[in-house]
Design a protein. Structure first.
Length: 226
């Protein structure tokens, strides 16, 4: 049985405020292989780590992150006195400890994200993931060697063809859509399969039983070491 990779969702969001340096450090402490984070851009063009298009849910601030400057964004409390980190800060914290899965949440950030990774001299594996599949094509033009993950919510009619069309090495599936047949089909096409976001032990067990390659979880310590 192959080893299933542990991926901490938004750091380790079951234990610390999501997408903060504290959550990322917690994921590392729990022994994740990868930390998954969400990438957006501020009004003044800085890449920051935030899931929603507004800061309302995860901080004590209000407003769309793409209409706020980094200085404004940094004033908000993201929980436990944590702040919204920049991508550069995350690269510094994760360096030497874990790989990074960067989910590109908006169009037009591919080049900047790749340049940030290269500029930081980040040596661990990086997977660029997105539901915006064209954004992955842009990553590929900047870095022909990049590992790409096409994310699927509801599965399209031809998911394998879609993944291959975008030059993906990985596919991200909702954990409740992963079946042995589907995972086998992706594997035959040379693609690695990760599932999101599996938190309940039964869901994690199901994912492992259908032979996925990685599980994304808010509680990465629940993913057994094979």
């Amino acid at each position: 049985m192959h080893r299933v990779l542990r991926i901490g969702h938004r750091g380790a969001a079951g234990h610390a405020p999501e997408n903060t340096l504290a959550a990322i450090q917690k994921g590392i402490a729990l022994g994740v292989d990868f930390v998954e984070i969400d990438v957006r851009r501020t009004a003044d063009g800085v890449l920051v780590v935030l899931h929603d298009e507004t800061v309302n849910r995860t901080t004590n601030g209000k407003g769309r992150v793409d209409r706020l400057s980094l200085r404004e964004v940094k004033k908000f409390d993201a929980g436990n006195s944590e702040h919204i980190p920049t991508l550069e800060e995350v690269l510094t914290v994760a360096a030497g400890h874990a790989g990074l899965m960067l989910e590109l949440k908006v169009k037009g950030v591919a080049r900047q994200a790749v340049e940030a990774v290269h500029g930081a001299g980040f040596r661990a594996p990086v997977i660029y993931a997105s539901f915006l599949h064209d954004e992955l094509t842009h990553v590929r033009t900047v870095d022909p060697e990049a590992s790409l993950m096409v994310l699927f919510g509801t599965l399209p009619r031809t998911p394998i063809a879609r993944a291959i069309e975008h030059g993906s090495s990985h596919v991200g599936l909702r954990h409740d859509t992963a079946t042995r047949r589907l995972v086998d089909a992706f594997h035959r096409a040379g693609l690695l399969v990760f599932v999101y976001t599996a938190d309940r032990p039964g869901d994690i067990q199901h994912a492992i039983s259908v032979d996925v390659d990685g599980v994304i979880s808010n509680f990465p310590e629940r993913i057994a070491r094979q």
